[in-house]
Unconditional design. Structure first.
Lengths: 66, 150
């Protein structure tokens, strides 16, 4: 809430209030929140992905030898 | 006179404060976006490359692979090494972004230290974005489809 000294004319108070409201609106529309970057951490190796598909890197080597 | 001065101050407050705040905010958002894109690209490329390799390995159990199939498997082996390096650099990048973020909030840090932290995060963002593009190029050579990212 904007508190100005008594006697300050409306012609100043109104635009200042409007300005502050604008600043708050801009800040609220784009909150400065920290994103939890942990959720973007890569934890799985390629080998893990291979295992999920039922093979290993040794089997790739073997397939290449045959 | 008073009215004119107040108006000038108001204009300055309205336009400069949000602008200053938006610069660092936008950079941070871009850095987070790069982290998200990198993560999704890795997950998709690694998963599809592994699926392709698994398919060929399973074929090799019933018949001999032809040369083009072996060539694809070798390329996937190369891609696997690149993915390993990418994973390490991506995770290090997350640490740098986090560090830069904390530096901005650190009341003890000097303005120069805060600027340096932002520059470091930005330089690494550009690096990680270039690496992500390279990963996508290699993936497309192997016929690996990735989802639209932007």
């Amino acid at each position: 809430m904007l508190v100005l000294a008594p006697g300050v004319p409306d012609s100043i108070v109104k635009p200042v209030r409007l300005g502050l409201a604008l600043i708050h609106a801009i800040r609220d529309s784009e909150p400065d929140k920290d994103v939890d970057l942990k959720k973007f951490e890569i934890t799985q190796e390629f080998e893990d992905k291979l295992r999920q598909h039922g093979v290993t890197s040794e089997e790739i080597e073997e397939a290449l030898r045959n | 006179m008073l009215r004119k001065t107040s108006f000038v101050i108001l204009i300055l407050v309205v336009f400069t404060l949000p602008a200053c705040a938006a610069t660092n905010k936008t950079m941070y958002q871009q850095q987070v976006r790069a982290a998200e894109v990198g993560f999704r690209v890795y997950e998709t490329v690694a998963d599809q490359a592994a699926a392709k390799a698994a398919g060929l390995v399973k074929q090799s159990r019933t018949r001999r692979l032809v040369d083009t199939e072996k060539d694809t498997l070798r390329k996937i082996q190369g891609l696997a090494k690149a993915l390993g390096s990418y994973k390490d650099l991506h995770n290090a990048y997350l640490g740098i972004v986090e560090f830069a973020r904390k530096a901005q909030k650190n009341s003890v840090a000097t303005d120069q230290e805060k600027k340096d932290a932002i520059v470091m995060a930005e330089v690494n963002r550009l690096k990680i974005e270039a690496m992500t593009q390279n990963l996508l190029k290699v993936a497309s050579i192997l016929g690996i489809e990735t989802m639209p990212l932007r």
